[in-house]
Design a protein around this ligand. Sequence first.
Ligand code: ADP
Length: 724
Amino acid sequence: MSTLTKNKYNRLSKEELILLLEARDNERKADTGSSFAEASNIKRIISEVLVLLFNEERQPIEKAMSLLLNFFNADWGYVAIFEKDGRTAYFPYEVMSEWVEVPKENHSELTDETIPWIMETVKDGRDIVMCSMSDLPPEAETDKKLFELQHLKSMLIIPLSFHNKIQGFIGFDSVRVQRFWTATEIEDLHIIASIFSLIIERRETQASLEESRKHLAELSIKFKQFFNNLPIGVELYDSEGYLIDLNEADARIFGSARKDLLGINLFRNPAIPEKILKGIKSGRAFSFPFVYDFSIIQNTSYYPSAFVDQVKYLQIKGIGLNDPEFGLVGYLLIISDNTDMQLKAEQTRNNLAILKAVLLSGRSIVGEYSVEEDELYIDPVLNDHSSSNPLFNYLKTHNYLSIQELWDLGQFSSIPGNDMGPLLQVIRGETDNCSFVCKMFVRTVPSWIRINAQAHKINKDGHPSKVVCYITDITGEKQLEENLQQARDESRKNELEMQKAREADMLKSTFLANMSHEIRTPLNAIVGFSGIIAEMDDEEGKDEYVKIINTNCDLLLRLVTDILDFSKIESGMMDYSLADVNIKEICAEQYKVHSLKVQEGVSMRCDLNALPDKILHTDPKRVTQVVSNLLSNAIKFTEQGSITLSYRVEEDHVLFEVSDTGIGISARHIETIFERFTKVDSFKQGTGLGLSICKTIVNALRGEIGVDSTPGVGSRFWFTLPCE
Ligand code: ADP
């Protein structure tokens, strides 16, 4: 600090100090390689514009404007200053991109007649933020004509004020594309506008000598205010490296108070690497990115700071202040805190690494779909892994394709169940994301994929402009699932078969036990009574025994027929031979045969005169068997009352009925009566096969069979046969 008091340095205003800066062209070159410089960041641009404005001797404003043109990605940049009359604006500084077609007329001067609305709005101190020509109010009709001539699409204008009065404006236009100016961009241009105002004011003040003193003093205060409001840190050191001034932003970056920082020595700062300090000492322009570790500051108590174990990613730019008379008089440092940006970049890099790790498995591919262009873009760098999925391999070599092309490629629509609907909903902005599975074929190879889509970059109208698609090959899982299902089905089938076999085994044993009893009873009767007859002389008695023998022969015959039919059904060999037959004849015959067999006190009825002749194309032998079976059962289970056989033609079928006034069947037994080997009373004769055979026959002849019964009252067995 002692050095400063001795030289003229301390008599200079801030802006004069900064005027001493010497910018070097290579400074920007040095920046380009660093990751910090890549981000279009207002802090960087302000420091660059500052260095240019205060140091560049030739056309500093134009150069700064070119920088800004790039920064705002605009095509036309200009500074307009109002003439004294306030009605004309001239354009002392103008830069344009190579795309701009300069209109034939000379517009280096515009008046309140050519651009009345702009002039008025600016003089009112209002910004002009125009994203599209349609944003213009009706009162801008005249201005609009000029904009159309210049093919303007978007425009951003900020008033410039100096000598405490609005004296012009700075603006950036876009002619190539429509621009949506963000709030940050507008804010950024405000900061730039205040820098420009200061510079222009300073230039004008220097021009009018007599007022210069007063104005310089005013400017100095203004500059201090501005200096403090900058979003970047500015530090001023003397030639020995003692900090003699800093702004508020700088104190905030280091988590300290201005008063605690003043007087610290730059070259003894333990947190700044030796190499950087050497670079600063050289006195030339410098720019270094580096990591500032606050734990070093804490451990050495270099200065009090609110930050303890923190690191910050800083960019230090600066210059040695050279005076022609005294040589190096100090250093000016401009410090940008890029920590947030760096952390975000790191986070992004991390996410990318995770994504790549997932993609590297070769089972997924990620792409970005542009809604406007209907194009799915597969980034070859992200998706550079090898995959066995033919679609993925195709996508990797054909980076751009439309949704329809993708859909056709996988022959999705040829497979039932595939539905692109969920993806279209995301594209149309009806839903945020979707996840669905579909099957596809590439050439003839089938595979399964899961498509996950997430909308991002949502437009002002709420529709997405981009959709991230994450496609995973799930063929393996699907195959596993299918195999598992197959195995499950198989084991269930086996289980059922086992159960069936067990049941069949049990039924067979029951059947055999029954059969031996059922066969032995009539056989014993036949053998026994045949023997008695042989030794008998009484003819009358003989007749009775012959009757018994005949009955038992019938029983045996029925038993054998049932068993034979059952085994035919079981082996699927039951045969049917169809013929045209009059059912009246069948019923008449069966009535006749069975009338003789009814028990005493039971009458057999069949009103043959009332029954119509009806020819059916059916199997007469099997129909006879069913009627006979039902009549036999009725006879067996009816001890008094009657048994009635009848039929009637109903719509497209004939309904046969055998009703009796026998013992009836309980509701519980009715359910299983048509199943094989069912006998309600095991003491009654029978195999339990008759009704089951009847059901098989009736169903085979396309009819139905059933029973209504009330225990103790009687039963009504019925079956139908189709007329056609
Ligand atoms: P089964 O040859 O033993 O008679 P079915 O299958 O013809 O065998 O009959 C099964 C069972 O149904 C019989 O054992 C009997 O319990 C009952 N059943 C059949 N018809 C009648 C009927 N008309 N009245 C009462 N019970 C009957």
